[in-house]
Design a binder for this molecule. Structure first.
Ligand SMILES: *Cc1c(COP(=O)(O)O)cnc(C)c1O
Length: 429
């Protein structure tokens, strides 16, 4: 399998090269040259496939021959070592819980898959890389945990001092080994700017292979398509058409869902649910893409003003607005409605949703499900990750799960950083 840059001004590359580079040299996102549907029999007999088999069958064409079947299955077994249950909320709505991984964020699967692929490519110490990532909260923890102890990969995470939750900070700063946390005196955008600057700085990139670990990287983006297939396997016997609502920020997760659909997964419609950061919602109304600076909300993992993966979604529909509109809708909700939705879900079904999941639920309500449809909203984080908002809104206390308890007592270790020269000094030291 070859990948091309969506800016079309860079050479085509293999899977491993696209993973190691992250972004193409012309700054375009990599995109698979072909997407070949799986045989109908795969979906017809899905109940006979376990998670690893589903993972293997759906990802193998994207990995190509660079990781042999046995090794790829080993990687998948390790990556998919927890559950992805669909829980009924009402008669025609369920939630796909994606938070049963080690950091309780859905990004665990992508981060772990990418880490193990890089580890595989570096098995003979030939391809040492440094993963450089800025986080506003959840990405950093999933990346840190996913890459912990992976041979030949150093991870440097920049986070804004005092702007991430206590739990999130501990998930980033207590692991040690090949993970370093740089605590930046500034906001998320400052961290992001420093990372971008480093990628363009030849005095750094001439000495080391830097890569990113956000959803622009194909190895973080593509394995997210498994979720949609796992949900289908559980829902098939209901005999209804499935509508997915995906709480969206950078639109990587929903874009992976659309890839699953291109592989032949039966899906009636995709709903992208966003907070007030509504660039895509406005695009679907006006056909004009006008990014804006992001606004802070209670569903802060989706505070993105210029979603990087939307260009991939348009490509999946051959940049045809009519066919996009046919299968894809986008709706935006403010914080007050999100809190109301959290209350409604709790009162109706005794289910505690986090703010991101609640936005997904609102998307399904807005879509207006028909009788023969079943709506699934993705629950992208455990409510404990947004403890204060959940406890205040629902007036209850959330039990702290063991994964989180484990980091609570650990000592934070970070390097204080206030400008780019500090980052550079650290990378080159
Ligand atoms: C990252 C994240 C999202 C947004 O996912 P995208 O793939 O960027 O659209 C939603 N919810 C949570 C909890 C997240 O961490």
């Amino acid at each position: 399998m070859q990948y091309y840059s969506l800016h079309k001004k860079a050479p085509k590359v293999s899977f491993s090269e696209a993973v190691v580079r992250g972004l193409a040299p012309d700054k375009g996102l990599y995109f698979p040259e072909t997407i070949t549907p799986l045989p109908d029999s795969f979906f017809e007999n899905i109940e006979n496939s376990d998670k690893v088999e589903i993972g293997y069958q759906t990802i193998k064409q994207f990995v190509g021959n660079e990781i042999p079947e046995a090794d790829l299955k080993e990687i998948l077994k390790d990556v998919l070592s927890f559950d992805f249950p669909v829980v009924d909320i009402t008669e025609n709505i369920g939630t796909l819980e994606l938070f049963h991984g080690p950091t309780m964020a859905f990004k665990d699967v992508g981060a772990r898959f990418m880490a193990r692929c890089l580890g595989y490519f570096n098995r003979n110490n030939e391809n040492k890389v440094t993963v450089l990532v800025a986080t506003s909260g959840d990405t950093g923890g999933a990346v840190a945990q996913g890459f912990l102890g992976v041979k030949g990969v150093d991870v440097v995470i920049l986070y804004p001092s005092g702007k991430v939750s206590d739990i999130q900070e501990r998930q980033l700063t207590t692991l040690g080994q090949n993970i370093t946390a740089l605590e930046v005196d500034g906001v998320f955008d400052d961290c992001q700017d420093m990372v971008k600057k480093a990628f363009l700085d030849h005095s750094i990139t001439d000495h080391m292979q830097l890569t990113s670990a956000n959803s622009i990287n194909i190895a973080r983006w593509l394995p997210q398509l498994f979720y949609f297939v796992f949900a289908y396997k559980q829902l098939k016997t209901k005999g209804k058409e499935i509508v997915f609502s995906v709480p969206s920020g950078n639109f990587g997760n929903i874009c992976a869902g659309i890839v699953a659909n291109k592989l032949g997964l039966p899906v009636k419609h995709f709903v992208a649910s966003t907070n007030v950061n509504d660039t895509v919602v406005r695009f679907m109304e006006t056909e004009k893409y006008e990014p804006k600076a992001s606004k802070a909300t209670i569903s802060n993992a989706m505070d993105v003003g210029n979603p990087s993966n939307f260009i991939r979604i348009q490509q999946l529909f051959d940049n045809n607005f009519t066919s996009l509109k046919d299968q894809f809708s986008a709706f935006s909700f403010d914080d007050d409605s999100t809190k109301e939705a959290m209350k409604e879900i709790y009162e109706k079904s005794n289910y505690i949703a986090d703010p991101h999941g609640a936005v997904g639920y609102l998307g399904l309500k807005n879509y207006d499900l028909k009788n023969d449809e079943y709506g699934v909203f993705l629950e992208t984080a455990h409510p404990v990750k947004f403890l204060d908002i959940v406890e205040d809104t629902l007036d209850l206390s959330v039990e702290i799960p063991p994964q989180i308890q484990k980091v609570m007592g650990k000592e934070k270790v970070s390097i204080k950083t206030n400008d780019y020269s500090k980052l550079k000094e650290f990378l080159l030291s």
